[in-house]
Ligand binder design. Structure first.
Ligand SMILES: Cc1ncc(COP(=O)(O)O)c(C=O)c1O
Length: 427
């Protein structure tokens, strides 16, 4: 169906473009410097975790179930922190390692291990002729950057309303032994906000990969990041695997970067006992021991999954009005025009907006010119190449409500003006 600009007669369209250009000029004159580029927690969110800093003092007991937290040792992470993260992910703490503050670093480390030493003793990916990695798109640019960095071929697969297009995923995974992995953000996916359906999760268990060293990189970054209650429910992928009698298929990652302090949280990886033995050995060469003081602080403050959910309910109070504002502004500014569609996530950190074909780069560039920094257009696709040039990631968490309101006004004008110009240039 044509959008409102495509349906206008040329004289009206020219007038509309002139009006929108005047609006853009007025916005530019305001000399704005606003940032909607990255999904960072706002200062108010970070403040919610300040009490955690008081949990440890110079007189605190620095032992955790017999582990001396103040010294070397315990490479898998302290017992209470492993139990905490295992409770959050609903997995066995015996199969989970808590290490470092960044799940992305763990993912990088796991890919690096597969490249140089192979998965569970298999031929290192780096010594195989050609390795392909599936990238549900739009997706998370930093995932795609890791596999690109190691010289793997990133293969985009469509992201649908209930998860990746599993017919396409299974066709590739089952038919091509050079396909070694897939990036997944199964809950409140970055950027679409999609939570994978049970059927999608089960197909990761029922698929029959052509490559024995194929692994699913299950980045559950937004596992506890519900905006409203009840949040989306994600089937536990390890339960789905167990039902099919499948093991050694999934590496699951998570962190508290967007629970407590970004960059100063705790991160974890969990997988089958065999895969974890392989990863523990790999980690043992690069880490003598993790940051156990940080782990102790998190475990004593958050305690268990219920404690994390309580903490996240307070974060949701801060985030929800921002997501509501995005919905309101986009609906008010764009809904009647038919030139854009956007996601309505129940959690996570992003809203994904699609403009007309060939519009995203121009919209992001115009927004930058008017003082609003957005995630680069195309960033949500491997190689930065969005084939239809439609997708824009909106990250509403960091700006204040007032700043966000101004940034969204700019974005709406940019979407309108670029859409109108595209309609005009098609004449
Ligand atoms: C899907 C996803 N995974 C991982 C990360 C980064 O996590 P960490 O801070 O634990 O490295 C982000 C941050 O935006 C993310 O969106």
């Amino acid at each position: 169906m044509p959008n409102a600009y495509e349906s206008m007669d040329t004289a009206t369209l020219d007038e509309t473009i002139a009006t929108l250009e005047a609006e853009a000029d007025a916005l530019k004159a305001r000399d704005l410097h606003l940032d909607m580029a990255r999904g960072k927690p706002s200062p108010e969110q970070a403040d919610l975790s300040r009490p955690m800093l008081d949990v440890l003092t110079s007189t605190s007991d620095l032992t955790d179930e017999g582990v001396d937290v103040a010294n070397y040792g315990c490479p898998d992470g302290i017992p209470s922190a492993r139990r905490l993260m295992a409770d959050v992910l609903d997995v066995d703490p015996a199969d989970l390692v808590v290490s470092g503050s960044s799940s992305l670093s763990l993912m990088y480390g796991v890919v690096s291990h597969a490249m140089t030493h192979g998965v569970c003793g298999g031929t290192p990916w780096g010594r195989q002729d050609h390795v392909r990695f599936l990238c549900p798109s739009p997706g998370y640019d930093r995932h795609f950057a890791i596999t690109e960095r190691f010289g793997l071929e990133n293969v985009p697969v469509p992201m649908l309303a209930d998860g990746p297009d599993m017919d396409e995923v299974c066709r590739l995974v089952e038919g091509d032994p050079s396909v070694k992995g897939i990036w997944c953000v199964p809950k409140y996916s970055n950027p679409t906000g999609v939570t994978y359906s049970d059927e999608v999760v089960r197909r990761f268990a029922t698929m029959r990969p052509a490559a024995p060293d194929f692994r699913v990189f299950w980045d559950n970054a937004y596992v506890v990041h519900d905006l409203t209650q009840p949040g989306d429910r994600l089937l536990n992928v390890f339960d789905a695997l167990a039902e099919e009698g499948v093991t050694d298929r999934v590496y699951e990652f998570a962190s508290t970067s967007k629970v407590t302090f970004a960059g100063s949280g705790i991160a974890c990886v969990t997988a089958s006992p065999t895969d974890m033995a392989d990863l523990r050995r790999s980690f043992s060469f690069e880490r003598v021991c993790p940051d156990k003081i940080c782990q102790l602080m998190h475990a004593r403050y958050l305690i268990d999954a219920a404690g994390v959910h309580k903490h996240m309910a307070a974060q949701a109070e801060v985030l929800r009005p921002r997501f509501q504002l995005v919905e309101e502004k986009l609906t008010e500014g764009l809904a009647d025009l038919g030139c854009a569609s956007w996601s309505h996530p129940h959690g996570g950190y992003f809203v994904s907006l699609d403009g007309p074909e060939g519009s995203a780069k121009a919209i992001v560039s115009l927004a930058a010119d008017l003082g609003v920094r957005m995630t680069g257009a195309g960033a949500t696709w491997p190689g930065g190449d969005d084939p239809r040039d439609t997708n824009i990631r909106i990250a509403p968490s960091y700006p204040s409500l007032d700043e966000l309101s101004q940034a969204l006004d700019v974005l709406v004008v940019c979407v309108r003006l670029v859409s109108a110009r595209l309609a005009r240039s098609a004449r």
